[in-house]
Design a protein around this ligand. Structure first.
Ligand SMILES: NC(=O)c1ccc[n+]([C@@H]2O[C@H](COP(=O)([O-])OP(=O)(O)OC[C@H]3O[C@@H](n4cnc5c(N)ncnc54)[C@H](OP(=O)(O)O)[C@@H]3O)[C@@H](O)[C@H]2O)c1
Length: 290
């Protein structure tokens, strides 16, 4: 039985991951920024007779992370898996999104996962094992118009994760990036309200209006093809049970096709290249510097 921490556990992938790990017999700490929104989670857990611990955690409040991790470690004795899932999407042309929006997306999708990871690493180093799963996106390997804030946050998350993995592998700590296509979750609600083509507060006089309207209409048209988030929950359990040192895990056929097309090398070839360039295999193997 593993001790698993999931952020943003009240909906979408976070809810699916929480239920999948709990069904697998793991001890899950499901974190939610606003416990009054725990309804779907508590209902699904009680319908399936699953025992899930709900904790309050806002990923934009890093000052709370050390005490949060200390409490979990004291209660459960360890943290085996951290799922950095909480995230937001704010669509819009770069000139049209406010600085506050840009910063909020980065705080939520980048600084939250990174600083929570940093808070959990001492526990994982002490136990000489651990897995940190970052929920990334195809927007983290391909930038599209209207997606600057979200893409910036996910690209940065990808780079940080790729850089961190060989700093911590000597302690048996693995990092995984989950690359997901399009799923029917709540994330589109803020950017793609049902009753408007554009977000309600979108600048009326924006020169980018036709472009953003077009992109959002295309996104909306594709919604019926969106995948079921429960398959991502099951993938996360598979990653936790795997002993593969793989970094990027496509969640679906679309993600697999995009990854295959975008990376000239496969992931293993890319990793081999990066390891050759950084020349730190001695570190990963737990040896002294040559
Ligand atoms: N759906 C897709 O197609 C897709 C594709 C690729 C990647 N992703 C990624 O998947 C992850 C989960 O998104 P989702 O699609 O499952 O959407 P979702 O249903 O909207 O779930 C996002 C979760 O993040 C939480 N959250 C947002 N801000 C937070 C904060 N400051 N502190 C703590 N929790 C916060 C939300 O809580 P509230 O309910 O309180 O807002 C919600 O529980 C995100 O990282 C997203 O980028 C999604």
């Amino acid at each position: 039985m593993s001790v698993v921490v999931v952020t943003g556990a009240n909906s979408g992938f976070g809810l699916a991951a929480t239920l999948a790990f709990a069904r697998n017999g793991d001890q899950v700490y499901a974190t939610i920024r606003d416990p009054s929104r725990a309804g779907s989670l508590t209902e699904a857990a009680s319908n399936s007779d699953l025992d899930i611990q709900i904790e309050q955690l806002d990923v934009t409040r890093p000052e709370t992370f050390p005490a949060f991790v200390a409490d979990i470690t004291a209660a459960a004795g360890r943290v085996d898996v951290l799922v950095n899932n909480a995230g937001i999407l704010r669509a819009g042309a770069f000139e049209d999104i406010s600085e506050n929006t840009l910063r909020l997306v980065m705080e939520t999708n980048l600084f939250g996962p990174l600083l929570l990871t940093r808070a959990v690493l001492p526990t994982m180093r002490a136990q000489q094992a651990g897995l940190i799963i970052m929920i990334s996106s195809l927007s983290g390997i391909a930038g599209l118009p209207g997606d600057v804030a979200y893409s910036a946050s996910k690209y940065a998350l990808e780079g940080a994760t790729e850089a961190l993995r060989h700093e911590v592998d000597r302690w048996g700590i693995r990092l995984a990036l989950v690359e997901a296509g399009m799923y029917a979750t709540g994330i589109f609600a803020a950017s793609l309200p049902d009753d408007a083509v554009l977000p309600v507060d979108y600048p009326a006089d924006s020169p980018y209006r036709p472009l953003i309207e077009y992109r959002l209409r295309a996104l909306r048209a594709r919604m019926p093809e969106a995948f079921d988030p429960s398959q991502v929950g099951e993938l996360l359990v598979e990653i936790a049970q795997s002993d593969e040192a793989r970094l990027r895990w496509p969640a679906d056929a679309v993600a697999e096709r995009v990854l295959g097309t975008l990376f000239a090398h496969d992931d293993a070839g890319r990793d081999e290249f990066l390891r050759m360039v950084s020349d730190t295999d001695w570190w990963s193997a737990g040896r002294d510097a040559p």
